[in-house]
Design a protein around this ligand. Structure first.
Ligand code: FDM
Ligand code: MG
Length: 218
């Protein structure tokens, strides 16, 4: 019998600051998996296609203003409305690759000054990623890349504060869920070089994972 048939798909999350190359790498990874004949799905957060996602989109484009707590909860609600589909796909053996997740949620809101504990709570019990790859780019390298866009948070001050908060998030993931769940990826170099690094770090996770999906922060 095929031992892989009893395995669920892996849940792999990519995190990082703006312009670190995250979205490029996420789509290349999903394309590669599909080329290799594996089932994979890309899940972008925020998912701007849902009703909640449209409110988030309006906020990010500064077409709407919102209390910091309220928008934080909407980002979390946006993950919860996608959680059942993620779990269903994983159970069917599909590898789910997320472009941002709850860790962005904490880092960006905490960078604005919301208490870290408040930021963490609403995502408690969401599907726990099997691996989070944090794409890290030194400040000097990041500023050499193309200009920021027009969206909220795309400023030097905000990025710097978020970078610090991501450090605290990493500590918390490692403390609660184990060192192996969070890995930093050097995002310097060419697209192909970074892709190769990522491929090495993911290893045989793409073959599937034994056991049920765990819960975040539980
Ligand atoms: N962002 C993203 C948050 O503030 N909280 C969250 O929970 C998530 C998932 O939204 F500045 C921020 C991060 C970024 C912005 O993300 C939009 P993309 O990846 O640029 O679409
Ligand atoms: Mg952006």
């Amino acid at each position: 019998s095929d031992p892989s048939s009893s395995r669920r798909g892996a849940f792999i999350v990519f995190e990082g600051l703006d312009r670190c190359g995250k979205s490029t790498q996420v789509s290349r990874l999903v394309e590669r998996l599909e080329r290799e004949g594996r089932q994979a799905r890309l899940q972008k957060f925020p998912d701007r296609t849902t009703a909640i996602g449209k409110m988030i989109d309006a906020y990010l484009q500064s077409k709407a203003d919102m209390d910091d707590h309220a928008i934080h909860l909407l980002f979390s609600a946006n993950r919860w409305e996608c959680a059942a589909a993620i779990k269903r796909d994983l159970a069917q053996g599909i590898t789910v690759i997320a472009d941002r997740y709850a860790f962005s949620g904490i880092a960006f809101s905490a960078a604005k000054g919301l208490p870290f504990d408040f930021c963490l709570q609403p995502d408690k019990a969401l599907p726990l990623p099997d691996l989070t790859l944090y794409m890290s780019l030194p400040q000097e390298e990041a500023s050499q890349r193309s200009q920021f866009g027009e969206e909220r948070y795309e400023t030097m001050t905000m990025q710097q504060a978020t970078r610090e908060q991501f450090g605290l998030v990493a500590q918390e993931v490692k403390r609660i869920h184990g060192e192996y769940r969070w890995t930093e990826v050097d995002a310097r170099g060419t697209i192909e070089e970074v892709e190769e690094r990522i491929r090495g770090l993911i290893g045989d996770l793409i073959e599937g994972v034994d056991g049920e999906i765990s819960q975040l922060w539980v």
